[in-house]
Design a protein around this ligand. Structure first.
Ligand SMILES: Nc1ncnc2c1ncn2[C@@H]1O[C@H](COP(=O)(O)OP(=O)(O)O)[C@@H](O)[C@H]1O
Ligand SMILES: [Mg+2]
Length: 297
């Protein structure tokens, strides 16, 4: 899980200072390789996301009461990787704690459509198990290189999530060990009570099913070999941002080709990201690395 270092505001603008991850998102990695990732690489990413998610789900307040935090936007673009095989879950922008005082739009479905759980599609209450469904859909995508539930319209996507048969992961990846395929399908159970109960349970099952073949080393080696230029591009962006932050010069790190109009950047002696509470989300230094052609409906 990405480390949050500070929260604050300058006038009406709220900011979050967080650890700077010097690697790309898994969405960018997927856009960079042909087809899906080797199952050991995908499995290691998912296993590490389970660790981070479990930590988030278990967060407690000062009295020791569990917050009941649900990320609600687990997807490849919110998972980042480092060249030594570290994995970080970012973007808790629409995360919601049970009884949260920050009300998100009541009754509105939140999160990218393709990764919603069936219970979220139906507008029912969601808990940590919704994140496990999203992680299952993400795992499938990492293996196949295409979104599992992506359809022409939101309605068709909802239908696919709630009703359509889920393909056998081994039909798209014959080298996937059967026990790992079972873990993936268990995360994608439509009835939350039939899914893993916790991310810790899912990560444990995945590691047990993989016969010791998952490791950050495997992931790091793959990324360094296959995605070297992604890391170089990222490092160049970081150098520019750091120089400009030191100069107090406005910073636009990279314009997302899918974004309409450039974001207005401002880095005053450090990085600021737009926060879920910011009335003006376009301000602040931002990294946008969505791969061309990949867009959430
Ligand atoms: N801590 C971080 N360090 C470096 N890059 C980050 C960090 N957090 C987010 N990013 C980059 O910014 C992109 C958008 O950030 P994110 O928090 O996912 O916001 P959004 O709500 O726009 O999706 C991510 O896909 C990632 O490339
Ligand atoms: Mg995001």
């Amino acid at each position: 899980m990405v480390q949050i270092l500070d929260l604050g505001h300058v006038g009406d603008d709220y900011y979050i200072v967080m650890e700077l991850i010097k690697g790309p998102s898994v969405g960018a990695v997927l856009g960079h390789v042909d087809g899906g990732l080797p199952w050991e690489v995908a499995g290691e990413i998912v296993a590490q996301v389970c660790d981070g998610l479990h930590a988030a789900h278990e967060l407690r307040d000062a009295d020791g009461t569990r917050l009941g935090l649900v990320h609600r936007d687990v997807s490849p673009s919110n998972i980042m990787v480092t060249d030594n095989g570290g994995v970080k879950l970012v973007d808790f922008g629409i995360a919601k704690a049970r009884d949260s005082v920050i009300e998100t739009d009541a009754g509105r479905v939140k999160g990218k459509t393709c990764y919603l759980s069936p219970e979220a599609c139906r507008g029912a209450a969601v808990d940590r198990r919704a994140d496990l469904f999203a992680l299952g859909a993400t795992f499938f995508e990492l293996l196949r290189g295409q979104r599992l539930f992506k359809r022409e319209s939101h309605v068709d996507t909802f239908r696919a999530i709630c009703d359509e048969p889920i393909p056998d992961p081994r039909s798209v990846r014959p080298d996937l060990p059967a026990p790992v395929a079972r873990v993936l399908l268990h995360a994608l159970e439509r009835d939350p009570s039939r899914r893993f109960a916790t991310a810790e349970e899912m990560g444990g099952a995945l590691r047990a099913a993989s016969a010791g073949l998952l490791s950050p080393l495997v992931l790091g080696e793959f990324l360094r070999k296959r995605c070297a230029n992604l890391f170089e591009r990222r490092a160049a962006q970081v150098r520019v941002a750091e120089t400009r932050a030191a100069d107090d010069t406005p910073t636009v790190l990279e314009t997302n080709p899918l974004q309409v109009g450039p974001p207005v950047g401002r880095a005053g002696g450090g990085f600021s990201w737009s926060s879920p509470w910011s009335p003006r989300r376009s301000r602040g230094a931002r990294f946008c690395d969505a791969a061309p052609g990949r867009r959430d409906p």
